[in-house]
Write a protein that binds this ligand. Sequence first.
Ligand SMILES: Cc1ncc(COP(=O)(O)O)c(C=O)c1O
Length: 405
Amino acid sequence: MSLPSSIRCQFPALQQEVNGRPLVYLDSAATSQKPQRVIDAVSNFYETSCANVNRGAYELGRRSTNLYEGARTLLQEFIGAEHSEEIIFTKGCTEAINLAANSWSAEYLEYEDVILVSEMEHHANIVPWQMAAERHGARVIPIPVTFDCEIDLDQFESLLREEPVKMVAVKHICNATGTINPIEQIATMAKEAGSAVMIDGAQGLAHQRVSVKDLPIDFYAMASHKAYGPMGIGALYGKREVLRELPPYQGGGDMIRAVSFEDTTYRKPPGRFEAGTQNPADAAGFAEALRFISEVGVEALHQHETEIRIAAEKMLQDAGADIVGSPKEKAGIISFVLPRIHPHDFSTFSDQLGAAIRTGHHCCMPLMSSLGLPGTARVSLAAYNSIEDLNVLIEAIESARRIFA
Ligand SMILES: Cc1ncc(COP(=O)(O)O)c(C=O)c1O
């Protein structure tokens, strides 16, 4: 394995037993576990720097603002954005997509325009666009997915030719199957057809290096909690010239320049999009998580997860599981089904052995129906996993089979 086993020791939650067995955490695509240094960064904020961002003209206020703006600069550098004002903090990836869908569509979406989203999207990258389309009389059309669980680029090209496409919204990495989408190619095709582009990077941040300034995209949405950071914070990257044209998403304190009953004016981005009390504690934790990832290295993480994924797929197939999808580029996520064993039943067996896996539709109901599946069992990997973690799944398959056979 390419990463040192000592990484696991840095995660306090992984040092416990569950149901009398050592916890084996295989659900990092839902949320990752947090290293001690991230937990410390959050509690350190409350112990030493608890004050509102941008408001208190006193030492604690300055510390809080510095932590918050420092996190913004770190994230800017981490994803290769040109300007820190291109980073808007949100409470997660879902809110980041809602922000883009609301503000962008208020400015640009018109009657009968088309928004393309792929059939493999998470509900968070479908529903906000459906809501925006409903408000403006526009249409959301799905881009079909192949049997291998890849976006069908031929059909995508046809849709771009035949429809008045104003927005293409696709995910970087599929949380259900692990597919790494060719976002540069997709974005280039979309831009050539005159469309805006939004990438849902919820699963991308900790697993694939991005340089957003080099991608022909308008938005990239992120979640801290899937990248070793705290829950309750995420971010939207938006190109500076795009954000400058967009109206605010929410109104309230801090996002304004001046308020009067005659004429209220707004701050420049990113302030315009950050209404109300912000979340500097989790921003500090998010920044610490990015430092952790940078120290380990995104490429090393991907290699580590790929080595385990390939070995795990073989083990699961040898144990009779069918792996769902076989995309050319894949992250450390495996969806599988077991003949005659329902995924929910299987997760009960694995839970009894201390293993946390995810089962169901993974918030990808349209993908599941296009694959003709009610749901799958999903294993998703991170820095702290090892191939030994998979032994417990094979044990669970054997126990389930003894009962269901
Ligand atoms: C691909 C994808 N997009 C969006 C989301 C939503 O992220 P959050 O729940 O952090 O807002 C998820 C969460 O699983 C996801 O996997």
